[in-house]
Design a protein around this ligand. Structure first.
Ligand SMILES: [Zn+2]
Length: 295
């Protein structure tokens, strides 16, 4: 450690913090990509889905079992014989897969000793509890990055996306082929598509106002480390007259035009929306394509 790290101003501290977290991100992603490469070598083909047991042997996992974990999705235990992953038996199969992949993320995080790269996220937050929370949040985010790469390897997912076409109509098929949830698939498309794409999940907002949908999350275009660096619809709540709500009620894909915003930057987008799920678990996924991508 050099002494410059102890007496610089808060701007430098912030920059250093960003560099550190970015380094942690790159290291853990590289390790996840190595695992994918080795699994493909061992099995001799790259056809999805990627089975988590295939990664287990490469990451010192001795056992993956199911248990009633209440509200917890997954647990990682370090035993003498190796790691033990417990996954919530009450969750849907695709959610279990993501939870196990996320726990593998924790193994990689521990083995790469990434805690040291994250001296402090949010330097300006003097509240210690808040700081711990942000560090935990970032660690969880990195584990999700690993899970995403293990289940939907960038290059392979990209090839399938190119073949199927960049459209909300590809989401369902990709989710099925890769054995992941619809929202995870939409998010992955926004992350890696060659043409700028923003993914949005709209949920029933009737708890707040009858016959409305509200933005649950919005991500993209491209890889972003936080929702703050993503574009989101200017209109965060839509009513029954909107095209998004029409997608919620009908089958099929509804096309509309919406404006998206990040800070002061506004992008006008062509938006494709489709409903997924059933009954009270219905939601709408929109994929938005900027019509002025360079603006
Ligand atoms: Zn976790």
């Amino acid at each position: 450690m050099d002494n410059t790290s102890t007496n610089h101003d808060s701007n430098n501290q912030n920059l250093e913090s960003i560099l550190d977290s970015n380094q942690a991100y790159l290291l853990i992603l590289e390790r996840a990509k190595e695992l994918v490469k080795r699994v493909i070598e061992i099995r001799g083909h790259k056809t999805p889905p990627f089975v988590l047991e295939e990664y287990a042997g490469l990451t010192h996992i001795s056992r993956i079992s199911e248990a009633d974990l209440g509200k917890t999705s997954g647990l990682l235990l370090k035993m003498r014989s190796g790691y033990l992953i417990k996954v919530n038996q009450n969750h849907h199969a695709v959610r279990k897969r993501f939870s196990i992949a996320h726990e593998i993320g924790h193994i990689l995080f521990n083995e790469l000793k990434l805690e040291r790269y994250i001296p402090s996220i949010e330097y300006r937050n003097s509240n210690l509890q808040g700081e711990t929370k942000n560090r935990l949040k970032f660690r969880e985010h990195l584990c999700d990055v690993v899970a995403t790469e293990l289940l939907m390897p960038e290059i392979i997912f990209g090839e399938y996306l190119n073949n199927f076409g960049l459209s909300v109509s590809s989401v369902g098929r990709l989710a099925q082929i890769f054995g992941v949830s619809i929202p995870s698939t939409a998010l992955r498309i926004a992350e890696i598509s060659q043409h700028p794409c923003i993914a949005v999940l709209w949920k029933d907002g009737s708890k707040y106002k009858p016959k409305t949908l509200r933005v649950d999350w919005s991500i993209g275009p491209g890889k972003t480390t936080s929702v703050l660096s993503s574009f989101s619809p200017i209109t965060k709540q839509v009513d029954a007259t909107s095209s998004i709500y029409k997608a919620y009620l009908d089958d099929g894909i509804i096309i509309s035009h919406q404006s998206f915003k990040k800070g002061n930057i506004i992008k006008n987008c062509r938006v494709e929306s489709q409903r997924f799920g059933y009954n009270e678990n219905k939601y709408v996924i929109s994929l938005a394509f900027p019509t002025n991508p360079s603006a």
